[in-house]
Design a protein around this ligand. Structure first.
Ligand code: ASP
Length: 342
């Protein structure tokens, strides 16, 4: 049977070209992708495309958008061997993280990619990103099983687990980083997959989508000398259920009574408080310093070595799934989709 891949164009730089009349960048009709990148025909795969209408700048990604994207994947799940999602780079790591939790028992690749320069420009990075993403989405083992049945991000020769990525460079072609987890594949002359790092599902389990997400989460970056009111005001936000504290180093924060009192107030009010480091690499260890121990004693939960994007996505997912705090806390401690190292 022919290999079939669905390209889902959501928006972003990759799907733009210069309008010859105005010389301005404008989105092109993505159903004409084969005219823009005729090289794709050489694959010999069945390549279909679906475009969001209107295409969005990824700054506008939100819960309805994620649900729509997941719905398109669900509707087409049995018809295709893999999915390549073209997405703006700005929030690609958020979308990949959220989708990783929404898509359950995933046994096909969902590869996110995009570009820093539009596909219609001479020096574009979009063509290579698109072509390699398709090849990765189509890759199968001898038993016809997907080589990378994960939600991943492919960019500039590297394939990452999606929920481990962060956009860290607004200019370079290498725009993403996965500081706490090695790449799933390296692309050079050959595509070198790292199967020992890839998560494989229990094959044959029914694929399903978790549509329930709850966005009632605030992120507070802890800074030296911060105004504690910024924290205590959160007890007054109606409907708020979770707070991510972006802490220093291995999960440290001020030790003064005012700060700790404000955190305690959040926990006492029934909010789930998660500790994620503002460092780009490494993990939270709330046993290392007195400051971390103080947070742990109050009931703050460690975000381990999670990215901010993945911690947020995990909370959206767990808050959508459970109403009891004990279930949410239990879920936070588990490695659900490879988002933390345990
Ligand atoms: N602003 C664009 C977006 O994220 C940038 C890009 O596509 O890379 O949609």
């Amino acid at each position: 049977m022919d290999t079939s891949i669905l390209l889902i164009y959501t928006g972003g730089t990759i799907g733009m070209k210069i309008d010859p009349q105005t010389q301005a960048l404008a989105p092109f009709d993505f159903s004409h992708i084969l005219e823009e990148v005729p090289e794709l025909m050489k694959f010999g795969y069945k390549l279909d495309s679906y475009s969001f209408d209107p295409a969005i700048d990824s700054s506008d990604a939100n819960i309805p958008f994620w649900r729509e994207l997941a719905r398109i994947i669900e509707e087409n799940y049995d018809k295709y061997d893999g999915f390549v999602v073209l997405h703006g780079t700005d929030t690609m790591s958020y979308t990949a993280s959220v989708l990783s939790f929404m898509l359950e028992n995933l046994d096909k690749p969902v590869v996110f990619t995009g570009s820093q320069l539009p596909i219609g420009m001479l020096r574009t990075d979009g063509k290579e990103n698109l072509i390699s993403s398709i090849e990765i989405a189509a890759a199968k083992d001898d038993e016809e099983r997907a080589l990378v049945p994960e939600v991943c991000v492919y960019f500039e020769s590297q394939l990452y687990r999606g929920n481990r990525t962060t956009k860290y460079n607004a200019e370079n072609f290498r725009a993403f980083r996965s500081a706490n987890y090695p790449v799933l594949a390296d692309v050079g002359i050959h595509i070198r997959f790292n199967p020992e790092l890839i998560r494989y599902p229990k094959w044959g389990k029914k694929f399903k989508v978790n549509y329930d997400l709850d966005p009632n989460v605030a992120i507070v970056k802890v800074v030296p000398g911060m105004n504690i009111n910024m924290l205590s005001i959160l007890t007054k936000v109606e409907g708020l259920r979770g707070v991510i504290l972006e802490t220093f180093g291995s999960g440290n924060a001020p030790t003064n009574n005012e700060f700790l009192g404000a955190v305690r107030e959040l926990v006492d009010k029934g909010l789930i408080v998660v500790n994620v480091t503002q460092c780009h690499a490494g993990r939270v260890d709330m046993d290392a310093y007195a400051t971390g121990i103080a947070l742990k004693n109050i009931g703050v939960i460690s975000g381990e070595d999670s990215t901010i994007e993945a911690a947020l996505a995990k909370l959206y997912f767990l808050l959508g799934k459970y109403s009891e705090n004990s279930d949410i806390i239990e879920g936070l401690k588990k490695n659900i989709r490879g988002e933390i190292s345990k």
